[in-house]
Ligand binder design. Structure first.
Ligand SMILES: Nc1ncnc2c1ncn2[C@@H]1O[C@H](COP(=O)(O)OP(=O)(O)OP(=O)(O)O)[C@@H](O)[C@H]1O
Ligand SMILES: [Mg+2]
Length: 236
């Protein structure tokens, strides 16, 4: 696919296939197009050419069919965007009730199971502002999972967190990966990339420059752009 913002070509002939159950970490310098790629996959950004398929189904450009297919792609952002005036469990119940027309009781039961899975069942009755950043981000992950997505997209999910809360969110994500969730993760957490990723995609200037196993990428990067990037992040 290709994507332009005016004259700026931000995604250049992107061709990426993520097999079911694979965890792909997307790395690259600021402005290389990582967020735009995630937003395009979720159709939060229209693309100018190309096609996006989820589970073999082309993602429609708009309308009702898009809403249904978009529900299959869960997205977790840097900022948690929880509804401030709803409790944590209500936040997780909201989309299944509104979009999927799941009954209140069932939605609550599923929400509690998900909160348990991300380790914050004891926070269910609190409001977002009463939780730590790490707990809020785990609530946001539970909320995305409530729609039973086929793919989860994470765009720098830990970069707004205090350092001591990063690990709990990464552990939650590692757990998801182990359970077989298909994941595309933009992150600067190289430890997570090494441990949890099946594959590293390196972007620069809107292009996929390298697509390799973590071991290969970190020990034998091929391009100068990747070498330069790794030199900067591994020494900072
Ligand atoms: N809404 C927009 N309008 C115009 N240009 C945009 C818009 N969003 C992003 N861009 C530009 O597109 C390019 C890619 O941005 P993007 O946010 O995808 O980068 P990124 O790799 O996620 O960077 P970072 O690591 O800083 O988050 C940048 O040059 C950016 O300035
Ligand atoms: Mg970004």
């Amino acid at each position: 696919m290709n994507k332009f913002f005016g004259d700026l070509h931000v995604l250049k002939d992107i061709n990426l296939e993520v097999p079911k159950g694979q965890v792909v970490v997307v790395l690259g310098p600021s402005g290389s197009g990582k967020s735009t790629l995630c937003r395009a996959i979720n159709r939060l950004e229209p693309i100018n050419s190309g096609e996006i398929e989820v589970d073999g189904q082309p993602l429609p450009a708009e309308g009702k069919a898009l809403a249904a297919l978009r529900a299959e792609v869960g997205m977790v952002f840097q900022s948690f965007n929880l509804f401030a005036h709803k409790t944590i469990v209500e936040n997780v119940m909201l989309a299944p009730v509104k979009v999927r027309k799941v009954g209140q009781d069932e939605a609550r039961k599923t929400a509690m199971q998900l909160l348990d899975r991300v380790g914050i069942a004891n926070q269910a009755q609190k409001y977002p502002a009463q939780l730590s950043g790490g707990q809020q981000q785990r609530a946001a992950i539970a909320r995305a999972l409530a729609m039973k997505p086929k793919v989860m997209l994470f765009d720098e999910p830990t970069s707004a967190l205090d350092p001591e809360m990063v690990q709990e969110v990464l552990d939650t994500m590692t757990g998801l990966a182990k359970e077989g969730m298909t994941m595309l993760v933009v992150t600067h957490e190289m430890g997570f990339a090494r441990r949890a990723a099946n594959r590293v995609v390196f972007m620069s200037d809107g292009e996929i420059v390298e697509d390799a196993s973590p071991d290969e990428f970190f020990t034998k990067p091929k391009s100068d752009r990747a070498k330069d990037f790794l030199g900067k992040i591994l020494t900072h």
